[in-house]
Ligand binder design. Structure first.
Ligand code: UFG
Length: 327
């Protein structure tokens, strides 16, 4: 079976994708600097603790590797506005060093974690892949920059002088958990809606709802929530495509259906059986009113479809995980 390097494998989506890759029989090695991930998410025998900027260390790990799945990045939109230099140095600088290491090791296939944040405030929804890039945060800009570099590497055959091929997956709102593997969402500080709804339900301390005057059915923002297991399956499909000699692509990964914040809150009350206290607050900087994917291209090109992204299924898995791993 092919050997895969997963960068950022100690994080939320990375660790769950490793679980899916291993179930399929891939050999997996991991590079993570553990600055945001959790050591216990990765089997110690697979893990090299290193920064991607350490090109020599990454080159060593790439020996015998057939393809890379690249998650390692900082992801907090608000932090990126306060510390843009950190986001460009880690997300762009780290990735460029990874490309240099891949060139040295002769590895020329990569699946990249991109984001719906590359679109900013979209002109139309659902958002197709050819929508204009107009990121509104340094986080989104850092991902858009890497996509630009990927395009150039593909066009110029520039990894180890041979064809470089990639798949960029633009995630919408990743959520849910992988109960079988004991893996789920755990950021510190937490900024994501679903874990914060659980914290409010359990603590009785109200969650702030950021904005109630958006042009949506109930005035709160609409998002496309995608189960992390479906997201992991999209990575496996992208790898299969590249390993079979497939061409480079960018795909949205979402369901095509949006829910407002209040709809997610009410569904959380149903799944947990608890009241979720909330208070209406001002809009959060950088939030778009509505982000929903047109995911037709991924469905038709890689025969992928969401199978676990029903909102109740997402919340049930996330709640099971949350109860076992309270903050
Ligand atoms: N929200 C609240 N209160 C909170 C937290 C969130 O009202 O305490 C709202 C947000 O305003 C937003 C929705 O819940 O409308 C979802 O917010 P998240 O922070 O969970 O997720 P985002 O939509 O902001 O961002 C996520 C990822 C980004 C990615 C984006 C793409 O974190 O990395 O999805 O859709 F770029």
């Amino acid at each position: 079976m092919p050997k895969i390097l997963v960068t950022g494998g100690a994080g939320y989506i990375g660790s769950i994708t490793i679980h899916h890759l291993m179930r399929r029989g891939f050999e997996v090695v991991v590079v993570d600097d553990l600055s945001r991930g959790h050591r216990e998410n990765v089997n110690p025998s697979q893990l090299t603790v290193a920064r991607l900027q350490d090109t020599d260390a990454v080159t060593k790990v790439l020996a015998g590797v057939d393809a890379v799945v690249h998650f390692a990045a900082y992801i907090a939109v608000g932090e990126s506005v306060r510390k843009p230099e950190l986001y460009f140095s880690n997300n762009v600088g780290g990735t460029v060093s990874l490309f240099e290491a891949m060139a040295r090791a002769g590895v020329n296939k990569l699946v990249f974690s991109s984001t719906a944040a590359v679109y900013g405030n979209p002109e139309r929804v659902p958002i197709p892949e050819d929508a204009r890039f107009d990121p509104v945060s340094p986080y989104g800009e850092s991902k858009a920059m890497v996509e630009k570099i990927l395009e150039s590497l593909d066009r110029n055959h520039s990894i180890a002088g041979s064809a470089f091929r990639y798949v960029a997956l633009r995630y919408f709102n990743a959520c849910g958990a992988e109960p079988d593997a004991g893996l789920g969402e755990r950021h510190e500080p937490e900024t994501h809606l679903i874990p914060l709804l659980f914290r409010a339900a359990v603590s009785g301390k109200p969650i702030q709802i950021f904005g109630s005057d958006y042009p949506t059915p109930d005035g709160t923002c609409t998002r496309d929530y995608i189960h992390v297991g479906d997201l992991a399956a999209a990575h496996v499909a992208a790898l299969d495509h590249l390993l079979a000699g497939g061409a480079s692509h960018c795909f949205n990964v979402g369901t095509g259906k949006g829910y407002t914040v209040m709809e997610v809150l009410r569904a959380t009350e149903q799944v947990t059986g608890l009241k979720v206290p909330f208070e209406m607050a001002l809009r959060r900087d950088g939030d778009a009113a509505e982000l929903v994917a047109d995911a037709a291209k991924l469905r038709s090109t890689l025969a992928w479809k969401p199978e676990r992204s029903d909102l109740h299924a997402i919340l049930t898995d996330a709640w099971n995980y949350f109860q076992k791993h309270p903050a």
